[in-house]
Design a protein around this ligand. Structure first.
Ligand code: MN
Length: 250
């Protein structure tokens, strides 16, 4: 199983969640909401082969934490993954600072040789796509829990974006229209846990299984074929992230 957007550090017990993940053999991108949270969160993944830690600055925290952009830039050399970053249209009043900081983070990724980026775009998909177009060397964007118009999903796919999809998205009314246009070789599953699909403090492995089942239905395929496709997608993305990271040291 693959969980390409999970807040491991926000579980009641990150270590037990990481143990569960390890036992299940799940591949996880552990995203962080602030650069300050990165070093400690990366420690949780230490010695765990299937967990990668992403350096992030959540759009909803940008107005308080924009002072951490320098720290973001300094820590970029430590990982091939960034997230979460982006723009949140629901955070009224902080729109300009969010846009400005997102632009600076993308520029920093471009300067570092590119990164695989888990990107938040709630009620701001058009602006997120604009910003990505503006920094084509920032790396590979993986749009997390995309909820914008289907036309924007198409546009994002056209510029090379990937998508990480979770149960709330797959169960929405527009799921079949949305999934129908997303390239199958650029899709991964995610949980956004512990914010979504989680009950209690346990890691929501069931949500990933169900996501694969829903994808199989929407693709008119079987679960094994879907999981094989997702594994192959992840393999390609990991190679890309490793390349990005090694180019940063060049
Ligand atoms: Mn998230």
């Amino acid at each position: 199983m693959i969980d390409f957007h999970c807040h491991l550090d926000l579980f009641p017990s990150p270590t037990s969640a990481a143990d569960e993940i390890e036992r299940a053999g799940t591949y996880v991108l552990s995203v962080t909401n602030t650069p300050k949270a990165f070093p400690k969160t990366a420690q949780i993944a230490k010695g765990r082969r299937r967990i990668r830690t992403a350096l992030g600055l959540h759009p909803q925290l940008v107005h308080e934490r924009h002072g951490e952009v320098g720290m973001f830039v300094r820590l970029l050399g430590e990982t091939g993954y960034v997230g979460e970053i982006g723009i949140d249209g629901d955070s009224a009043g902080h729109h300009d600072v969010q846009k400005e900081v997102f632009g600076r983070l993308l520029k920093a990724c471009a300067d570092a040789g590119g990164r695989v980026m888990s990107v938040h775009s709630r009620r701001a998909s058009g602006e997120v796509i604009e910003a990505l177009l503006h920094q084509p060397d920032a790396g590979v964007p993986v749009l997390h829990w995309f909820s914008g118009p289907v036309a924007h999903a198409q546009k994002a796919a056209d510029i090379g974006a990937w998508f990480s999809v979770g149960l709330p998205m797959l169960r929405s009314r527009r799921a079949s229209a949305m999934i129908g246009i997303l390239p199958r070789d650029r899709i991964l599953t995610e949980t956004d846990a512990p914010f979504a699909s989680t009950s209690g403090g346990a890691y929501p492995a069931k949500a990933l299984e169900e996501s694969v089942a829903v994808l199989a239905r929407l693709w008119g395929s079987d679960e094994r074929t879907v999981q094989n496709q997702l594994n192959e997608n992840l393999r390609r993305l990991v190679i890309q992230a490793d390349r990005f990271r090694s180019s940063a040291h060049a």
